[in-house]
Design a protein around this ligand. Sequence first.
Ligand SMILES: [Zn+2]
Ligand SMILES: [Zn+2]
Length: 344
Amino acid sequence: MKAAVLVGPERIEVKEVPLPELGPGMILIRVSACGVCGSDVHMWKAGAGWSDEPIPDFHMGHEFCGVVVDPGDSRFAVGDRVTFWANMYCGRCDMCRAGQEHLCREVGGRNYIGFVCNGAYAEYFAGPARYAYKLPDTVSDVAAALIDPLMVAYHAVKHSSLRLHGRVLVVGSGIIAQLMGHLAKKAGASFLAMSKINDNQLGIAREIGDFDCYIDGSASDRAARYHEAAPGGFDVVFEAVGRPESLAACLEAVRPGGEIVAVGNSVTPEIPFSLNSLVLNEVRLSGSVSCTRKEFEETIDLIATGFVKPERFVTDIIGLDGLQEALQKQEKSVPGLLKSVVKP
Ligand SMILES: [Zn+2]
Ligand SMILES: [Zn+2]
């Protein structure tokens, strides 16, 4: 089969590789679509996945769906359309047993399909059937490739303190930021703003029209601009960048007693911030990652029922041979690009 192999730092090559082997409990799918994620850019730059042992012909891809061609000994049948939840939780630890599979002790923020094992930037993918979910006919292949970022946004908004009439700021302009804004508006935000540093990714956001205003997060008087937009400060601020200046922006924008939900993964191991503006204003700072298994199913349902139409956020549909360029474009944040989906 063909696979888009990560052959070195910033180098993807489409190569002929052996079909993945089917172990016990696994299914083989013909991949229909796979979303290109910001975390793929990090691995692409490093030229390696996260596994301790090198993986032959390593290819990424963790936001995908496909059609079952070999169900192995699973409950699935040939022809079933499925998506995989990349979070390879153990199902046995205290977190898993409490329904907090995203916090599984054995996942530890790294045990994901396409990170520590081969993913779906290939014609075929084989993986454990227990991480696969049947897709309703009302969820298109391209929509299914956006379940991953949508579940992140859904979990973050659902667990925030947002209530009807709340004023919300999203710091960041990427796909997760836009999906969080989209869901926050649907969840009852009366006023929704985005803090952004350029307009490169805003075409679709402006078209959809969820955001009431866009604020330049690089302006020296940004704090004044936040408070002009939401006098007294925002009730909930979603951080979707993961940099010192974006967390500082959140602290400037949130109202006393408000909440900052940190979603962006930081590239550096540590981020300094003003502890006193958190303590003295009783601001709550919460982290948010992935979602629970139940919320993964609910995310599929959000699309199946038409509550969210994630295809609207897709700007580029490409083949395996377009992945190298898509990652280059994503790294540079070229104008017009928001979300690429690979159809192998
Ligand atoms: Zn992802
Ligand atoms: Zn577990």
